[in-house]
Design a protein around this ligand. Structure first.
Ligand SMILES: NC(=O)C1=CN([C@@H]2O[C@H](COP(=O)(O)OP(=O)(O)OC[C@H]3O[C@@H](n4cnc5c(N)ncnc54)[C@H](OP(=O)(O)O)[C@@H]3O)[C@@H](O)[C@H]2O)C=CC1
Ligand SMILES: N[C@@H](CC(=O)OP(=O)(O)O)C(=O)O
Length: 368
């Protein structure tokens, strides 16, 4: 695209942890140009550098230094076709719905619409086929929409685990059960997040709502969607996935990168060997990469051979955090196979997923 033909986009929640990532990633993007920023009334009216506590390793991009933060109202984003939302879930629901009604396309990180049967929940390295639900969402909206829709990405821990699960199902058929234990970074709780006195020298074995989200979202993502020619009567296009899944979530003193220990049982007997699993994971390619999304990682899953990897500090920035790392693939004496996953919670677990979804939307013709 030429600079003039790039799609004008806005960021909602532009001052937050995820919002800052959006700004860093969108500062130089081949399809999109940053045009408007939104946050709470505490930030509105201020120039971006005065409104934000910038916590990225790169400086605030020159293109946003003079931009003034607006309230998150569609009237301030009239010239944009797309908004990326890193809004606090307390407010994301009403604000994102208002932007959709105003015919904008909303790519959201917040949990509010993930369970809505008409809203695609897409991990771009896994289920880009769920874009097929967009026309139905537009039709069922009152009044029907021509351009607007909401599309969410998943919870950051869900995102990390569904990538290898999808690769295993593609190679070896359905999974029967899955047990996951997470070790989640502090940045997952936003800024300032977990108090330092709670997390230094400690592990907190509870993250509110996280286990339920992982268990529910995984099934929506891995379940297929069915063709639906009667949207008025049957508006849930999702098929139920039979996987039994149990998650235990923990907060650990790591700044960035969620680590997850995963055990799986396959429906197929005998199950694949650890070596077959290694080869299948390394060979897995996402639609996002195959279709040419500029932000897609070359290696959807990087398979580590070393016995002590992946590790968050060493592996979270590989491929700019856009892929997933898997290691320690071995036999499980209770289920079939166990392994360790690392996903960068603020990159592929959040902003990078939304941007990849937007790139897919452009390539598939849902945004212009
Ligand atoms: N951090 C992570 O790893 C992940 C986060 N998410 C989700 O992404 C979203 C953002 O998370 P995160 O960046 O961590 O959160 P932060 O708390 O860091 O940022 C929240 C943002 O929302 C804005 N905001 C708060 N209240 C309002 C309001 N009333 N009106 C408009 N804007 C408001 C804030 O603006 P202001 O500065 O003006 O207060 C800020 O820009 C959440 O829904 C979260 O659950 C999803 C996956 C991973
Ligand atoms: N709950 C995640 C981050 C998050 O905000 O998740 P969600 O978008 O599902 O609310 C964490 O604490 O690491």
């Amino acid at each position: 695209m030429t600079p003039e033909s790039k799609i004008k986009v806005g960021v909602l929640g532009a001052t937050g942890t995820v919002g800052q990532r959006f700004i860093a990633l969108l500062a130089e993007h081949p399809y999109f140009v940053l045009h408007a920023l939104g946050a709470s009334s505490r930030s509105a009216g201020k120039q971006y550098p005065q409104a934000v506590l910038w916590k990225q390793t790169s400086p605030i991009p020159a293109s946003v230094r003079d931009m003034v933060v607006n309230e998150c109202k569609p009237e301030f984003f009239k010239e944009c076709s797309v908004v990326f939302s890193g809004l606090d879930a307390e407010v994301a629901g009403d604000i994102e719905a208002a932007f959709r009604s105003a015919e904008l396309v909303v790519f959201s990180n917040a949990k509010n619409f993930r369970r809505d049967p008409t809203v695609p929940l897409i991990v771009p390295l896994v289920n880009s086929s769920h874009f097929a639900m967009v026309p139905q969402q537009r039709t069922l909206h009152n009044p029907p929409l021509k351009c607007g829709f909401i599309l969410t990405n998943a919870n950051c821990s869900t995102t990390g685990v569904v990538v290898p699960l999808a690769a295993l199902e593609k190679a070896f058929g359905p999974l029967e059960s899955c047990i996951i234990t997470t070790m989640q970074a502090i940045s997952g709780a936003g800024y300032p997040g977990v108090p330092s006195l709670d997390i230094i020298d400690n592990i907190v074995p509870y993250i509110s709502g996280e286990e339920e989200k992982m268990e529910w979202e995984t099934l929506k993502i891995l379940g297929g969607i069915t063709e639906n020619d009667n949207a008025e009567k049957c508006f849930d296009m999702h098929s139920r996935h039979p996987l039994r899944i149990s998650a235990s979530c923990n907060r650990v003193p790591v700044v960035e990168g969620h680590t997850e220990c995963v055990s799986v049982r396959f429906a197929r007997r005998p199950p694949p060997s650890p070596q077959q699993v290694r080869e299948a994971l390394a060979a897995y390619t996402s639609d996002a990469y195959a279709l040419g999304c500029p932000s897609a990682p070359r290696h959807t899953i990087f398979v580590h051979e070393e016995p002590d990897r992946p590790q968050p500090r060493l592996d979270r920035d590989y491929q700019k955090g856009a892929g997933v790392s898997v290691g320690r693939i071995r036999q499980c004496k209770v289920l079939d196979i166990k392994f360790t996953v690392l996903a960068n919670n603020v990159a592929i677990g959040a902003a990078t997923s939304s941007i990849l979804n937007a790139e897919l939307a452009v390539i598939k013709g849902y945004v212009s």
